[in-house]
Ligand binder design. Sequence first.
Ligand code: HEC
Length: 116
Amino acid sequence: MMSLRRCVLCIVTVACSLAMSSVGSDAGERNLSRGKKLYEKYCLACHGPLGRGDGAVRFAPPVADLTSSEVLTKPDSRLLQSIHEGRPNTAMDTWKRVMSEEATRDVLAYILTFPR
Ligand code: HEC
């Protein structure tokens, strides 16, 4: 009797955690095609097609190479903040007026797909 009850409990636990993890991954999935569109519209001119900072427009201080370890070692939260708020005293503007937080996360997800 006891072992049957334990078994049922086990199945319920596994089923619950599977349900939870699928909900979690749905919420965590980013819209890369939206990210790509936004990147091409707002970021490519400076950051270049593959994020190397080799876009058409040059600045001092220079445009960040989005594939460099200097940028990639920063936590996502910090990069989201940089995009959202901009970088003081650089050409990197604030994008929060143009992009929602969700859209900003999509752009960051797209940036992270660039070959390193
Ligand atoms: C007008 C040129 C320009 C445009 C357009 C631009 N950036 Fe930047 N970006 C810069 C410059 C310059 C830096 C380097 C800032 C610094 O030295 O801190 C930078 C830095 C960054 C960084 C690194 C921030 C950090 O904390 O190290 C990220 C990420 C980034 N940009 C993302 C974006 C995204 C996403 C867009 C489009 C929504 C965008 N940038 C549009 C010029 C630009």
